[in-house]
Design a protein around this ligand. Structure first.
Ligand SMILES: Nc1nc2c(c(=O)[nH]1)N[C@H]1C(S)=C(S)[C@@H](COP(=O)(O)O)O[C@H]1N2
Ligand SMILES: [Mo]
Length: 356
């Protein structure tokens, strides 16, 4: 581990929250804290905890490998022989080179919780997951190749014929890395064994699996999905989802803990609000500090419905800049529309409250 990562990371965030005081409003600041874990060892220890109980909201803050969504453009799952595997780095570089798996593993300098989501995930969908990844910072690999001037994009090529690219400037950030372990195990085959890209805050399609070649180019390369018109920026906007209760559920009168996840990628979640009246009024939920800057946030809310009737519960996230997640009505029929830049809109569930 690098020395600089062995410290607790805090982010102070100016929220524009308001609390009604009868006669006016009071504006308060948010002091926002990330995960309790900061070292590689501490992060791996969290893995062993499994399910968390966030004051009555029981959830899998880390998605087990077997439950992690899988999106692959073809039905091919490449069989990669670890002995003969080579990762090539080429293009506009002074010193193109190849790496064996052993060499890659020896360069390991990154362990981070990162949430992945498919750009095709509808509002409230399950093509989203959060895992702990170990790997090597991409910047470290690029620098070793001594990049030339004029590079625009970093292109990832994969063994299944898939490819995608990210802006060159982004590939030099400390946050982008090549992962070879997922939740403490070698990458499972379907998730890109032996090595894949992790591009935090950007939709899943850029997290190229079964990586075989990295090429630095001076033109705007378009990847497999981008050629079909999907967003090349692919920045994940503010998202939130109700996990408990599920849609159409019957709930007994009395105390109930509503809970879910929220994620705002590179923007970061600062608050999550819930509506119990189909978006007319909103309440603050309690949020758990995310496991990292790039991981989803769990939120919970104590509900005590007093009437036997049906309710439409809605959720919305607010990012650290104070931006509120778009509502469905702003953009029409968003629940089925993910093309071309991902689903937008607020997740809602209908529940009926009944006698005990
Ligand atoms: N080589 C390769 N990498 C790929 C893909 C693919 O089809 N082939 N699909 C992408 C898409 S669209 C997504 S959402 C993520 C999904 O990663 P996962 O299957 O590990 O969840 O992988 C990305 N990387
Ligand atoms: Mo995807």
């Amino acid at each position: 581990m690098k020395a600089g990562t062995n410290r607790r990371e805090f982010l102070k965030c100016m929220g524009f929250g308001t609390i009604g005081l009868g006669f006016g409003v009071y504006v308060f600041d948010y002091v926002y804290q990330y995960a309790e874990a900061s070292t590689e060892g501490e992060k791996h220890q969290i893995l062993t905890k499994g399910t968390v109980n966030f004051k009555g909201f029981v959830a899998k803050e880390i998605t087990p490998n077997e439950e992690f969504y899988i999106t692959t453009y073809s039905s091919t799952v490449p069989e990669v022989n670890i002995q003969t595997f080579r990762l090539r780095i080429e293009g506009l570089v002074e010193r193109p080179f190849i790496l064996t798996m052993k060499e890659l593993e020896e360069m390991k300098d990154k362990t981070e919780f990162v949430t992945l989501e498919c750009i095709g995930n509808p509002v409230g969908g399950d093509s989203i997951g959060n895992a702990l990844w170990d790997g090597v910072t991409l910047k470290k690999i690029i620098e070793r190749a001594v990049p030339k001037k004029g590079i625009v994009k970093t292109v990832f090529y994969a063994d299944d014929g898939y490819s995608d690219s990210i802006p060159y400037s982004l590939s030099l950030s400390e946050d982008v890395f090549l992962a070879f372990r997922m939740n403490g195990e070698p990458l499972p085959k379907v998730h890109g064994y032996p090595v894949r890209a992790i591009v935090p805050g950007i939709y899943g399609m850029k997290h190229v699996k079964w990586l075989s070649k990295i090429e630095l180019v001076n033109y705007t390369y378009k990847g497999y999905w981008e050629k079909k018109g999907w967003s090349d920026e692919a920045i994940i906007p503010i998202k939130s989802q109700i996990l408990m209760p599920m849609d159409k559920k019957r709930i007994s009168l009395g105390n109930y803990v509503i809970g879910g996840i929220a994620f705002a990628g590179r923007h970061g979640i600062s608050r999550v609000q819930i509506s119990l009246d189909d978006g007319r009024t909103w309440n603050e939920t309690e949020i758990k500090p995310p496991l990292s800057k790039w991981a989803w946030t769990l939120w919970r809310f104590d509900w005590k419905p007093v009437k036997e009737r049906s309710y439409t519960i809605k959720i919305r996230g607010i990012d650290r800049a104070g931006k509120i997640q778009e509502s469905a009505s702003l953009i029409g029929d968003i629940f089925s529309t993910t093309y071309p830049d991902g689903a937008k809109g607020q997740h809602a569930v209908n529940v009926s409250v009944v006698k005990k």
